[in-house]
Design a protein around this ligand. Sequence first.
Ligand code: GUN
Length: 291
Amino acid sequence: MARIIDGTAIAREIRAEVAAQVAQLRAEGTVPGLAVVLVGGDPASEVYVRSKTRACQEAGMHSRLLQLPETATREELFGTIDGLNADPDIHGVLVQLPLPPQLNAKEFLERVSPAKDVDGFHPNNVGRAFVGDPQGFVPATPAGIMELLRRERIDTHAQHAVIVGRSLIVSKPLASLLMAPGANSTVTLTHRHTVDLAQYTRMADILVVAVGKPGLITAEMVKPGATVIDVGVTRVDDPSNPRGYVIRGDVDFEAVAEKAGAITPVPGGVGPMTIAMLLRNTITAAQRVHD
Ligand code: GUN
């Protein structure tokens, strides 16, 4: 039976470390501040945004939530971002995705000042992450996965890491981090057009799945003893649950847990780490202004 990696407990440790750094910065006159921009009322986004602002407050940081209507125009969102870029009380600015269909995310991610882009989605930071420049911001989810591996003492050196999915938010930056000097993994990136996915996943010492298809990864697709990191978060209808749905990852957890060496659950695996790393990026942004 695999060791279950407790992302909630590890994230709690990181958040305590962040709170100590916040206290230090506050004592020196800087209150780290994060602004979250939410356009429209996507229910999943509302939950994420509330978790982010609550985590900020618990760490002693300042947080501001700016809500724009579903019908917001391009000019309105540009204006909101420009105001936050210029606001000295705000060190991190995040535009929650997805945006309503009339708004093209790319334009707005490029509008956020790279120095306040704690999501790491601005092309400037994407490029810095790719070349391994520590002045950039690394997106919170891949940074959280690396931190989970480190704190669980899962060696990445010369291991074969197979990533399923090719997103800018998770898979591409994670591939960079895993192959970088210090991590030294051999990385294979697969996606929806990969022929015979199982052929690759079975070779993985570390298997990371970030697709959003519940049950995609079955036990037959996993090498015995592998580390399995499940990034999937999908709401699946379940009338027997009081909320009417349950959250499922991309991995058939019960079956794979019998074969893997270590595995992250959903919820309680990667998700809590993402928020902890977002706080950490915001501290870094505040620290740079403070210094
Ligand atoms: N939507 C889903 N994940 C994320 C994220 O990490 N950042 C932002 N801004 N929006 C998201």
